[in-house]
Design a protein around this ligand. Structure first.
Ligand SMILES: O=P(O)(O)OC[C@H]1O[C@H](OP(=O)(O)OP(=O)(O)O)[C@H](O)[C@@H]1O
Ligand SMILES: Nc1ncnc2[nH]cnc12
Length: 179
């Protein structure tokens, strides 16, 4: 990953946010850097150029920023996976846990047609609880989840391994060891 060093330096680390003991990897500084933002989106898109991708699913909130850009580049539809209570039509919902909390997420039940090829996008994978929940929701409505893609991996927390164990190919652009 030669380009890793270029954009990794634009991610800011905040200790003890949102809870004591968490090293928060803040991608807002990457997003604010035009070159880094473009490069990250280009790298997320790259493997899928010319492939059939029907939908890009993005996880609220940071996954919306990246997922929207990736969907646009791939001429694919965008599907928001939201924290509970935000979507107006019939939804499927699941509880999940993440590195620093628990929550529920949902998506519209008709957002993906059975068999459609979907890429899941988020900024970061830590424990993988969030992405696991998203994959379960997508599969519940018949999606074919062809990959899950993230800018940042925190490998010590095991999220990418968890997704691979669910037969989801995972692509990440950089890793922070020791989370
Ligand atoms: O792998 P996990 O341990 O599940 O953690 C990863 C999730 O945590 C963050 O989202 P957060 O819930 O903080 O929401 P936000 O994007 O609205 O800030 C991040 O954007 C991922 O969605
Ligand atoms: N350490 C971390 N930094 C930023 N976002 C996260 N989501 C879960 N864990 C995180």
């Amino acid at each position: 990953m030669t380009f890793d060093h270029d954009i990794k330096a634009t991610v800011r680390t905040i200790p003890d946010y949102p809870k004591k003991g968490i090293l928060f990897r803040d991608i807002t500084t990457l997003l604010a850097d035009a070159r880094a933002f473009r490069r990250a989106v280009d790298e997320l898109v790259h493997p899928w150029a010319g492939a059939k991708v029907d939908k890009v699913a993005g996880i609220e909130a940071r996954g919306f920023i990246l997922g929207g850009a990736v969907a646009h580049q791939l001429s694919a539809g965008f599907v928001p996976i939201r924290k509970k209570g935000k979507l107006p039509h019939t939804t499927v919902r699941i509880a999940y846990s993440l590195e620093y909390g628990i929550d529920e997420m949902e998506m519209h039940a008709d957002a993906v047609q059975p068999g459609e090829r979907v890429i899941l996008i988020d900024d970061l994978i830590a424990t993988g609880g969030t992405a696991e929940g998203a994959v379960k929701l997508l599969r519940q409505i018949g999606a074919n989840v062809v990959a899950a893609c993230f800018i940042v991996d925190l490998p010590d927390l095991g999220g990418a391994a968890k997704l691979r164990a669910m037969d989801v190919p995972v692509r990440t652009l950089m890793a922070f060891e020791g989370h």
